[in-house]
Write a protein that binds this ligand. Structure first.
Ligand SMILES: [Zn+2]
Length: 98
């Protein structure tokens, strides 16, 4: 009974586990361009995969990606009721108006 209280103080570099994603993006314009390139099919599989990994830590871009995707699908006429229609409708109106 050699009281080895081995408290593994594994305080790594990532001390904050309650912050999985950033709440705002400092590269939002860049991200939007990439999102549109991906949705337009102008991005390679590699770029796509890399980007999708990156937006996983970027809340606004996850939402923006989902929204852009819905808008594109809605504009193409294949609307599925899986995404918030009001939000998408508003975004479509905004895009058409601009
Ligand atoms: Zn971003």
């Amino acid at each position: 009974m050699s009281g080895s209280l081995h408290t593994s103080s594994s305080v790594g570099i990532e001390g904050k586990e309650a912050a999985p994603a950033k709440q705002h993006c400092e590269h939002q314009a860049e991200c939007l361009k990439k999102i549109q390139a991906i949705l337009d099919g102008g991005a390679s599989e590699e770029e796509k995969a890399h980007f999708l990994q990156n937006i996983n830590v970027c809340m606004p871009c996850i939402e923006m990606y989902a929204l852009e995707k819905c808008i594109k699908e809605a504009l193409q006429g294949k609307v599925e009721k899986k995404c918030c229609p009001e939000k998408v409708a508003a975004a479509i109106r905004a895009q058409i108006a601009s």
